[in-house]
Write a protein that binds this ligand. Structure first.
Ligand code: AMP
Length: 388
């Protein structure tokens, strides 16, 4: 199937050709026709499936040309907001539609101007959007399409009341598109409240590790984690490595050590000013930095193309974050590798992840690494013994 077969305008198809997209992804094939018909949708798709374009393309088609603010996109983090805005801008480059980006931590001036010019699409995070609504700089009474993106994450982050307030400000006869990586009961309740008879689009399993990622666990004592990381970096033929840590302090510490021995590293976490976070991300995307060390702020939805290796320095506490973290590699049909270093105090966390994804993650050891304690690679055997 081609994009033109789904009924998207020539301007959009031209922009897609410029981006090098040839065919719609499965979520796009399913979602775009439903959205073009004006129906509500509840979509659960794995990250990296082309979800953003699945809503941005039909919205651009429906809005056609610049008039006034008719589409609002709510998303949990600033990084995601930036990414969505960038995609809207790229796909609408042969139209005169305007897209505004609204998030906190930066000045109000440019945002006020974009809203005064009645940007057709407003993409933003809940807190700052509410500020603008209360200040009267953003009016939602002409919203035709409301998009709630990464709803599970927004609820996890405690935005439920803000989201409800914003939804209540939109006209009732709007079209509402809801996307969520997982659809627990709380998201279903939100959908029931905010939507009208939505069609469901589910791509692949709701919970699964990306098929294109080879992921494995490396048991190692905590005091040797950094040495093992360095050994990996020496052995890999990498272009870009994303390292996840549990804590901000941990991210800074590893970055400091890695810099000391000459690695090209930056960190990204929520203690840093927005400007620095954006710079770290931009440098990593452009290849200026080869290694980015991040807390889970970067694991969800962030579109970082071409990450060759993901390394979990710590096992994520939330099983769901594992799927998101390793989903940063192996995107858009390229294969990637994900490595998780597991200290002896993290075994239970790994078991939880394995139960969540419904598969055992292979244990491996790095040949030639001077392990202080021989790593235990035989999880299954150990369990059988216990059951006897
Ligand atoms: P998303 O799931 O929205 O984060 O998108 C993942 C990546 O796939 C982004 O880099 C998109 O630009 C890219 N992408 C989206 N749709 C297509 C497509 N039809 N063909 C190729 N790449 C795409």
């Amino acid at each position: 199937m081609k994009f033109s077969d789904i009924g998207l305008s020539k301007d959009i198809c031209k922009a897609l050709a410029d981006k090098g997209y040839e065919t719609p992804t499965p979520v796009q094939e399913q979602a775009i026709p439903i959205i073009l018909k004006g129906k509500d949708i509840i979509g659960s798709a794995q990250t990296g499936t082309g979800k953003t374009a699945a809503f941005a393309l039909p919205v651009i088609h429906l809005l056609k040309k610049h008039k006034r603010t008719r589409c609002l996109v709510l998303t949990p983090t600033r990084e995601l907001a930036i990414q969505i805005q960038e995609q809207f801008v790229a796909y609408s480059k042969f139209t005169n539609l305007q897209v505004a980006l609204i998030y906190g931590g930066v000045g109000y001036g440019a945002q006020r101007k974009a809203l005064k010019d009645k940007a057709d699409v407003v993409v933003g995070t809940p807190g700052r959007l509410l500020d603008h609504i209360f200040q009267g700089t953003l009016k939602l009474d002409e919203i035709e399409i409301l998009i709630l993106d990464e709803v599970d994450r927004m609820l996890d982050m405690g935005f439920i009341e803000d989201v409800q307030k914003i939804v209540n400000k939109c006209p009732k006869d709007r079209q509402t598109l809801l996307f969520s990586a997982t659809v627990p009961d709380v998201v279903k309740r939100m959908a029931k409240w905010a939507q009208r008879d939505p069609e469901e689009v589910v791509i692949g399993q709701r919970v699964s590790a990306a098929d294109t990622v080879d992921h494995s666990i490396y048991p190692v004592s905590s005091i040797q984690k950094f040495d093992l990381l360095i050994q990996f970096l020496e052995q890999w033929d990498y272009q870009s490595v994303l390292i996840f840590t549990r804590t901000r302090v941990g991210a800074d510490r590893i970055a400091r050590w890695a810099k000391q021995i000459g690695h090209n590293v930056q960190t990204m976490h929520s203690d840093m000013p927005q400007r620095m976070r954006q710079k770290a991300l931009a440098d990593f995307k452009s290849g200026a930095t080869e290694i980015l060390i991040a807390t889970d702020i970067a694991s969800r939805g962030l579109d970082i193309a071409g990450v060759s290796h993901v390394l979990n320095y710590d096992v994520p506490q939330h099983a769901e974050d594992y799927v998101h973290r390793i989903g940063r590699t192996g995107r858009a049909n390229s294969t990637g590798e994900a490595f998780t270093l597991m200290g002896s105090d993290e075994v239970a966390d790994v078991h939880r992840i394995e139960r969540y994804i419904g598969q055992e993650i292979p244990r491996r050891k790095l040949e030639g690494f001077p392990y202080r304690y021989e790593p235990n690679l035989g999880k299954t055997q150990r369990r059988k013994k216990r059951n006897r």
